[in-house]
Design a protein around this ligand. Structure first.
Ligand code: UD1
Length: 417
């Protein structure tokens, strides 16, 4: 079994190029099905979730090739609208294939994705929106059968700005009959990217970047070449690592605007942040102040995908911090592993009280999900002595090569297979 070995206590310095965004490329790959032709996507990350999404595309008849970090998808000939169960079970976000397949084929059969370690993750918003769009939905033996003779544009209000539901509705609406309006749409930068990609392919989406999207159905999309933005969560993870260890490092290819909530917290802790044209530089003494409260929220609030990493950084701050996890109730399962470093964390429902300690010690820990795993890497870098992290496969779902990137900044971190 593979492990990541870390010898902690080193400051991080230098610069690192940030990989393409996982949460942007996954819905865009699903959207290539709507193009009915060839799509070229530059700056794609080589991560497990992307490999899984490519397997899904191939399973329904797409031809997919890599050229460096470019993915070329030919979706001209689709052979089935059934997504294989084993692939859906491997990656929950495969449910964004629903909207794309409905838009292209008028039908899709997909497994119920179920829960995962970070929380229940229901899809009721997706399904009720589809029903409003004249799509019939039948659930039988764990499978969801969706079909329609014609998707009708309509007004949809989301009770909560769900990222996946917003994406699924956009994908179903792009080739629909008439206008779809989404009220209280998610505003994450990855939604904006999906809209930009679709508009570049000939879609008609207005209100891009706002919580009020208006999608006018068009008859077809065309061939496009698109470059995926850098991953704001990977950049945020490395910023957190430098904050925790101390040092000075630059993340290249990053849009500062999408990082404002994370930057604010890092500055509150005492880090010095400088935004460049397309980069962020952080300088940290490694001696950090606590923060009064971090509450996870939909964008532009503090991202739930950065909560665990920030908790690791706060484990060595000079006082008591509060974290409130309002998006995914299961994220605190990772705290059991973070405590092994000698941290002092108390969980009270959705709230975590983190009392900083003066020293963390290396430990043997087990990753059980993507961002929680990255948080354990950060704790290992901040700790004295050796850390052995098991199950690095969870981290590979979203980080191209976390050992390469952090070694580049001077960390003593190795992937042992
Ligand atoms: C996406 C991101 C994930 C990120 C999350 C929140 C991708 C591939 N994944 O996940 O990294 O952590 O956004 O920023 O982009 N909910 C319902 N019913 C629904 C849909 C969602 O109750 O039908 C709830 C969820 O349980 C959760 C909240 O809404 O509490 C947010 O979920 P959502 O925004 O849908 O997250 P994902 O799209 O799954």
């Amino acid at each position: 079994m593979s492990v990541i070995e870390i010898v902690g206590g080193k400051q991080l310095n230098g610069e690192v190029n940030i990989q393409g965004s996982k949460n942007a490329v996954l819905p865009i790959l699903a959207a290539t099905v709507l193009v009915n032709g060839i799509t070229k996507l530059n700056h794609c990350p080589k991560i497990l979730d992307v490999f899984h999404m490519i397997k899904i595309l191939e399973s329904i008849g797409c031809a997919v090739v890599w050229e460096g970090s470019t993915i070329i998808v030919d979706s001209t000939k689709l052979s089935t609208s059934t997504i294989p169960e084993d692939l859906v079970k491997k990656m929950r976000s495969s449910i964004i294939m629903m909207g794309a397949m409905l838009g292209r084929m008028g039908s899709v059969v997909i497994t119920f994705p179920g829960g995962c370690t970070i929380g229940a993750r229901p899809i009721d918003y997706h399904l009720s929106a589809f029903k409003k769009m004249n799509i019939s939905i039948e659930e039988k033996d764990g499978l969801i059968y969706c079909s329609t003779t014609c998707i009708n544009g309509t007004d949809i209000y989301l009770k909560f700005p769900s990222v996946g539901a917003t994406e699924n509705i956009i994908l179903a609406a792009v080739l629909a009959n008439g206008k779809t309006r989404i009220y209280n749409a998610a505003r994450e930068p990855e939604i904006k990217e999906l809209c930009n990609f679709l508009n570049a392919s000939g879609a008609d989406i207005a209100g891009v970047g706002t919580d009020n999207l208006e999608i006018n159905g068009v008859s077809s999309l065309h061939h496009v070449i698109y470059t995926v933005e850098s991953d704001r969560i990977v950049a945020g993870t490395y910023l957190a690592a430098v904050a925790g260890t101390g040092g000075k490092a630059t993340m290249n290819g990053v849009d500062c605007n999408s990082q404002q909530s994370v930057i604010q917290v890092l500055e509150d802790m005492g880090c010095n942040i400088k935004c460049g044209m397309n980069s962020i530089t952080i300088e940290s003494s490694g001696k950090l102040k606590p923060v009064s409260v971090i509450r996870t929220m939909p964008y532009p609030g503090f991202p739930t995908d950065m909560q665990s990493q920030m908790m690791s950084v706060l484990m060595k701050s000079s006082g008591v911090s509060r974290i409130i996890e309002d998006i995914f109730e299961g994220r605190y399962q990772n705290v059991r592993e973070q405590l092994k470093f000698g941290a002092n964390i108390e969980i009270l429902g959705r709230e975590a009280i983190v009392e900083g300690v003066s020293r963390l010690h290396g430990s043997e820990v087990y990753a059980s999900e993507l961002r929680g795993g990255a948080a354990l890497v950060i704790a290992g870098l901040m700790a004295e002595g050796k850390t052995v992290l098991h199950n690095p496969v969870y981290i590979e779902r979203g980080y191209e090569d976390i050992c390469r990137d952090l070694s580049c900044l001077g960390a003593d971190i190795n992937y042992i297979s």
